[in-house]
Ligand binder design. Structure first.
Ligand SMILES: Cc1cc2nc3c(=O)[nH]c(=O)nc-3n(C[C@H](O)[C@H](O)[C@H](O)COP(=O)(O)O)c2cc1C
Length: 334
């Protein structure tokens, strides 16, 4: 192949990157016995019998010598929790293995922990591939975990959500209602229904404590940020569209869930031991509900759902104060 492609290299790259892949780190040892590793998404399966896989390495890569001379290398299909490692192994020249726990694979080739799958390989063929070298490896051993795999799409890390074969329609009706009516595909309906179905489990607990959902929001805010004024509490729960009244705080105080501290002219509210215990009970139940849903969806899909929900929250955020950032000692009151 001699003819130089006439198309724009960036456009070509962009088009290629629409092909969604997993992400791998491939490890070996160089002639000095030092561990070598590189991030690669060119990995693919080739043959089941004999078991063969392939990947390609840029001729400009510092690791080319090591991979060309050592016949043994290990492929790690990265899990979502290994995104940081992917970045580290995609950089040149730094000590990529610093502080990383390793197992010793076949021929002492490094094996990383917490990957979705690992393949221990020996080079069967090497091919010229333009500005890359293609390695085809015979798989000598492999293992697999249940950790959801990291994906890569159009230059960005991604999580995959499975699309069940039978579809995800809620209703069995064959025809969708006309445009002017509500449909099961309305985002607000889906999120609203999800919320109510999830909190249904928690209502019994709230009833035991004679609390309504809104009163409980107050306790949960105070369990994250103590010593808030009524105004501050209201800012944090304003996303619910309902206002916390002085009388609700009085009620919570009477129930001994919260106590008032005087701060000059200002009243600040803190959780009592009972309030904290009720919050902890609530958190434990919320976690149990989440675990149940996660088991039904699968860990990867549950994580993908959380990311999408956070994006929806950001996209619709009217600029609320962030409850989750660490409180700065000298920061002015919100
Ligand atoms: C998600 C991702 C996938 C990559 N895939 C490959 C690949 O398949 N082949 C390759 O040569 N470089 C690939 N790279 C780039 C290398 O990881 C990068 O050039 C690295 O610096 C090479 O390390 P080295 O120079 O120490 O050998 C990829 C980078 C990222 C972030």
């Amino acid at each position: 192949m001699t003819a130089m492609a006439s198309f724009n290299p960036k456009a070509f790259r962009d088009a290629l990157s629409t092909f969604t892949t997993g992400v791998t780190i491939i490890t070996t040892r160089n002639a000095q016995g030092e561990p070598i590793g590189v991030t690669a998404n060119s990995f693919n399966s080739v043959s089941l019998n004999p078991p063969l896989v392939l990947w390609s390495l840029a001729k400009s890569a510092l690791s080319l010598d090591a991979f060309s001379s050592n016949k043994h290398w290990n492929v790690h299909v990265l899990s979502v929790e290994q995104e940081g490692l992917s970045g580290r192994f995609a950089s040149r020249g730094e000590d990529k293995f610093a502080d990383i726990e390793l197992d010793r694979g076949i021929n002492d080739i490094p094996l990383l922990h917490n990957s979705t799958a690992r393949f221990q390989c020996r080079t069967a063929f090497m091919y010229e591939g333009g500005d890359h070298v293609i390695f085809v490896g015979e798989v000598l051993g492999f293992d697999k975990s249940e950790l959801p795999a990291l994906a890569f799409q159009s230059g960005q890390y991604a999580l995959t959500a499975r699309k069940p074969r039978e579809g995800v329609r809620l209703s069995s009706a064959n025809e969708y209602p006309p445009e002017c009516s509500y449909t099961e595909d309305l985002l607000g309906y889906l999120i609203g229904r999800t919320h109510f179905q999830l909190v249904a489990y928690l209502r019994t607990l709230l009833q035991n404590h004679k609390l309504d959902e809104h009163a409980f929001f107050v306790l949960s805010v105070l369990s994250i940020r103590d010593r808030l004024t009524l105004e501050q509490i209201n800012q944090f729960v304003s996303y619910t569209g309902r206002e916390v009244s002085q009388s609700m705080l009085l009620f919570l105080e009477k129930q001994r869930f919260i106590a008032v501290e005087a701060d000059g002219d200002v009243q600040r509210f803190v959780l009592t031991a009972d309030g904290r215990e009720a919050s902890l009970e609530h958190i434990a139940l919320a976690k149990a509900v989440e675990q149940d849903v996660t088991e039904k969806l699968g860990a990867g899909d549950a994580q993908a759902l959380k990311i999408l929900l956070k994006r929806v929250i950001h996209a619709t955020d009217p600029g609320l104060p962030d409850l989750w950032v660490a409180e700065q000692k000298n920061s002015p009151n919100i």
